[in-house]
Design a protein around this ligand. Structure first.
Ligand SMILES: [Zn+2]
Ligand SMILES: [Zn+2]
Length: 341
């Protein structure tokens, strides 16, 4: 089969002809790829940022945002059958460790991460496990939802946590209405009755935010903290979800928080610098977010099937992988780039 592989770091990916994966274990599932999302993490893999963390043997197939059709299954697989449309949770998990038993897939002690530390989905077929495949509504197309497996899942995970910790009428501020933010906004609107305030530097992104569910939009022009405080009677917001995490966004976001409020970190880059006396005297909380669980992905697929969460995509043939990566690197992709084998 055709597979796009990492053959070295600081060098381009290569389209190779390799053997199709086959079922080895009883819970193995082979997915015929319908779409593989092209992600900034793929660029970071090529820059060697993951080399020391994973020690993956080269060459290997990249691509961690995958969806398609079940092609073959091991003897013990009962949750999917050949031909089922599925989206693939980014991790292969063991099901037996303490984290797995809590449903906390992301922290599995024995996980594999296709596209990062084993063969991924820039290919015609992908090997995963029964625990990782989520059946999708027949009305959804794999190539349209593939990128929800990572970027969308992360946004869902954070927004669902914020939704669960707030009540109708509370104020939730989302910082950043870009790739992840625009999923977070749609999720929040679909599952919560908070007043949703969206802050961004870009007026076009705010216009889109308004169309997809923001109740209030605020241009990040240096006065955004005052505006949020004004809107909340001087108290601040119960929840702030930060999809940016750099360029001063975090310091400003923390200043928007109410006493005992929750700060959800999604984007990253800068440091959180808050005097500990302020943390204890106001009981504010800082909450990290890393991808999402299997159940998060299943819930997100319910919203996608209802049309509550939509992702704009630009599709490329698998052979045009280099164009897709270049376009992503140069900021030319509208929505998410998807490779279609
Ligand atoms: Zn990704
Ligand atoms: Zn586990």
């Amino acid at each position: 089969m055709k597979a796009v592989q990492v053959i070295g770091y600081h060098t381009k990916l290569q389209l190779n002809e390799i053997p199709e994966p086959t079922v080895q274990g009883p819970l193995d599932v082979i997915v015929k790829i319908g779409g593989a999302g092209v992600c900034r993490t793929d660029l970071h893999v090529l820059e060697g940022q993951w080399e020391a963390k994973t020690g993956v043997e080269l060459p290997y197939t990249i691509g961690h945002e995958n969806a398609g059709w079940v092609h073959a299954t091991g003897d013990a697989v009962t949750n999917v059958a050949d031909g089922d449309k599925v989206i693939v949770h980014p991790l292969i998990t063991c099901g037996l460790c303490r984290a797995c038993r809590f449903g906390d897939d992301v922290h599995c002690e024995n996980s594999q991460f296709p596209g990062i530390d084993v063969h991924g989905g820039y290919a015609q077929y992908l090997l995963t496990s029964a625990r990782s495949v989520v059946k999708i509504d027949p009305g959804l197309e794999p190539a349209d939802v593939a990128a929800l497996a990572d970027a969308g899942l992360t946004a869902y995970h954070a927004a669902a946590k914020a939704a669960g910790a707030t009540r109708p009428g509370d104020v939730c501020v989302m910082i950043g209405a870009g790739g992840l933010g625009h999923i977070g906004i749609q999720v929040m609107k679909a599952i919560s009755a908070v007043t949703l305030v969206v802050v961004d530097r870009n007026q076009a992104a705010l216009d889109l935010a308004r169309e997809i569910g923001a109740d209030v939009t605020i241009l990040a022009d240096g006065h955004q903290v005052e505006k949020v405080l004004e809107l909340t009677g001087g108290h601040g917001a119960e929840a702030v979800v930060d999809f940016v995490g750099e360029g001063g966004a975090t310091a400003q976001g923390i200043a928007m928080l109410r006493r005992a409020g929750n700060y959800y970190v999604v984007g990253y880059g800068e440091n959180i610098d808050v005097p500990t006396i302020d943390v204890i005297s106001t009981e504010i909380n800082f909450i990290g977010n890393l991808v999402g669980s299997y159940n998060d992905l299943q819930e997100l697929m319910v919203l996608a099937a209802r049309g509550s969460v939509k992702l704009h995509t630009t599709k490329y043939a698998l052979e045009d992988f280099q164009q897709a990566l270049d376009d992503l690197d140069n900021g030319l992709v509208r929505g998410r780039a998807i490779l279609v084998p």
